[in-house]
Ligand binder design. Structure first.
Ligand SMILES: Nc1ncnc2c1ncn2[C@@H]1O[C@H](COP(=O)(O)OP(=O)(O)OP(=O)(O)O)[C@@H](O)[C@H]1O
Ligand SMILES: [Mg+2]
Length: 259
């Protein structure tokens, strides 16, 4: 199963990614997380020291070796299909049975230009969604344009996280439009930080035509986990129970996933 998670800033994308990762890991499935948010914090969420994490976009030697060109250059010649199949083993950070790939800030070439670092990032994402047996979960910013068409088409589900309120709903509508532009139509919503049935009702009514995978309650435990050592200290809370239901719905929708 290949999942992309998007939504407005602060709605709980990273929290959901961590909760789903825990679910699949605990059932023996290989899990690869991709931090595709240039301002991402998945590493911290896994309890890693963010200062110790080098994003792939900053691995200049690797980019040069694989593409034949230095990052930061453009207009020259470089490989558009660099070798990447070893990277989930060599550059991924392993923590608690989960692998993490941090993409970093991938410069988008203006005027149709493609840069060496974006060629490597694109090839890596495509490899992950097409050729891996692992569950791959991508933590994305609300702008998803840098998902290439090939990658977008191979994504089994784009989850848009929303919270009770108009602003994150507007972002969800925008994400759906952007996703459709690149051929990604399998979209579902998770309502997060839901305090009561009124919140749930608000979201359902504000988002007609969206499939809801489920709702995660507002919880002090999530905030405590964020202050503490990351999202994995939430065992047996209403939040993990809700996330487990969401994971099960994902499997129902995509029964090909072995757990
Ligand atoms: N269910 C919840 N109940 C209470 N607080 C929550 C819940 N989910 C997330 N939060 C809190 O909201 C904040 C943002 O969560 P998170 O980092 O997961 O969002 P994000 O969408 O990844 O944000 P960003 O856009 O900055 O990457 C964090 O402080 C987190 O602890
Ligand atoms: Mg985040």
């Amino acid at each position: 199963m290949k999942i992309a998670v998007s939504g407005k800033g602060g709605v709980g994308k990273t929290t959901l990614v961590l909760l789903l990762a825990r679910y699949f890991r605990d059932r023996g499935t290989g899990v690869i997380l991709v931090d595709a948010d240039p301002d991402g914090n998945l590493a911290a969420g896994l309890g890693l020291d963010p200062a110790s994490v080098v994003p792939i976009s900053a691995m200049k030697e690797l980019i040069a070796e694989r593409t034949g060109a230095r990052p930061g250059t453009s207009g020259g010649f470089f490989k558009l299909n660099p070798r990447v199949d070893d990277l989930p083993d060599t550059v991924a950070i392993k923590k608690d049975g989960i692998r993490l790939l941090v993409m970093g800030t991938v410069r988008r070439g203006g005027g149709g230009c493609i840069c060496p670092e974006s060629a490597l990032a694109k090839a890596l994402l495509l490899h992950l969604v097409l050729e891996r047996d692992d569950v791959v979960i991508m933590d994305m910013e609300a702008g998803i344009e840098h998902l290439g068409r090939g990658t977008a088409r191979a994504v089994d589900m784009m989850i848009v996280v929303v919270e009770p309120g108009r602003r994150s709903v507007e972002t969800a509508n925008r994400v759906r439009a952007l996703a459709a532009d690149i051929g990604l139509t399998k979209i579902a919503v998770v309502g997060n930080k839901v305090r009561d049935e009124g919140d749930e009702k608000f979201l359902r009514e504000a988002m007609p035509g969206f499939v809801f995978l489920g709702f995660i309650p507002f919880s002090e435990a999530v905030i405590q986990a964020d202050i503490g050592d990351g999202g994995f200290s939430l065992a047996d809370s209403p939040v993990t129970a809700a996330a487990d239901e969401i994971a099960k719905r994902l499997i129902e929708i995509d029964p090909g996933t072995q757990t």
